[in-house]
Design a protein around this ligand. Structure first.
Ligand code: UT7
Length: 328
């Protein structure tokens, strides 16, 4: 262990301008605003133009971040691109992004952990900083969920949206930044949330397209049960491990899958609603984008020294919580 911590020194985000509202969805599938609002908390979500990919949202987010921090893309050492909707199966979206923004001195790769991707990426980037070998690490969470959503399936199409956020990690010597993490995977949950075809197990064919197997499949009720327990358990564990009580925590920054899951986590932590960041109402579930987009939207309310708990649950299953001491 070194005395270096990885501080978040800049943050930015991007969502596409096109809005898909609950009223729009009422015209597409058998659903209604009342059902969507009461079961999920979602009112509207953003949809990226069909001809664009996840990297295009990241270009906007990262260029905004670089401008804010006053650095050049060529100063970035390492890019971790957390996504389940890469531009292509290969090369990685990190490569595509590096080329588009001119990050000519970086290496990088994509990280796939579904909705927990961003916090897994944050832990990974943090360790690279702690090693002392890397000084400027970009962690990006972004997804064009509309590219893998079946807009004839009311079970899933009302939930997801497109968006991308990013943070810059830099060394800190005063104890700010990523302090601790509890991260978990359990692949026995894969049957409840997955994309059936398009991987090596079941490559694309006429049959898989006809059977609509290139879209998100979710058994919502089962995932809900695991998510409520999983996200609350790790959030409580990270508090205990770091001797934090509710009063010590400035913000819960939860993955935005369902308002009811978020409420359950906040209750377990003993937190008031005022301390919980929420953007599910206007962005829906942006998968890897939810947590960095929250930090971006709340940036002006964050103060140096604030204790944040970032928590997520997603496909895999994957889940975890990270304790961050805000550095800027
Ligand atoms: O981010 C990654 C991790 N994912 C999650 O954490 C998601 C966890 N799951 C959930 O958030 C919830 O399970 C959902 C929001 C996906 C679904 O809510 P639910 O309360 O579990 O509803 P359900 O799937 O049990 O469906 C209840 C009823 C069903 O009708 P019947 O069988 O009771 O007649 C559905 O067919 O609601 C029906 N339904 C809908 N009705 C109107 C399902 N989708 C819709 C819809 N509009 N869009």
């Amino acid at each position: 262990m070194t005395n270096i911590t990885a501080a978040i020194t800049a943050i930015h985000g991007y969502v596409p301008p096109k809005i898909l509202s609950n009223a729009d969805l009422e015209k597409m599938v058998d659903t209604n605003d009342e059902w969507i609002s009461s079961r999920t908390g979602i009112k509207e979500r953003r949809i990226l133009a069909e001809e664009l990919g996840t990297s295009d949202m990241a270009v906007e987010a990262v260029n905004g971040l670089l401008k804010k921090r006053g650095i050049l893309a060529s100063e970035i050492d390492f890019i971790i691109f957390c996504t389940i909707t890469p531009d292509m199966v290969f090369p990685s979206t990190a490569c595509v992004l590096a080329d588009k923004i001119g990050a000519i001195n970086a290496f990088g790769y994509d990280l796939g952990a579904a909705c927990s991707g961003f916090i897994f990426g944050l832990e990974t980037g943090s360790r690279f900083i702690q090693s002392g070998a890397y000084k400027k690490v970009l962690v990006i969470g972004g997804d064009k969920m509309s590219s893998i959503i079946d807009y004839t399936d009311r079970n899933t199409c009302v939930i997801f949206g497109d968006g991308c956020g990013c943070v810059l990690l830099e060394p800190n010597y005063e104890g700010f930044g990523v302090i601790d993490s509890v991260l978990k995977i359990d692949g026995s949950g894969r049957e409840f949330l997955h994309q059936k075809a398009g991987g090596s197990l079941k490559p694309a064919s006429h049959e898989t397209v006809d059977a609509r197997e290139h879209f998100v499949f979710q058994e919502g009720k089962t995932v809900f049960k695991f998510a409520v327990k999983g996200m609350a358990d790790v959030s409580a564990e990270i508090m205990e491990r770091n001797n934090l009580v509710a009063d010590d925590i400035a913000w819960l920054v939860p993955h935005q899958a369902n308002l009811r899951i978020i409420d359950a986590t906040a209750n377990r932590m003993g937190l008031d609603k005022e301390k919980v960041m929420i953007n599910i109402d206007h962005f829906g579930n942006t998968t890897n984008g939810t947590i960095p987009l929250l930090l971006w939207e709340w940036e002006n309310k964050l103060n140096k020294g604030d204790n944040l708990v970032l928590a997520a649950f997603g496909g895999g299953f994957t889940w975890g919580a990270i304790y961050v001491k805000w550095a800027i």
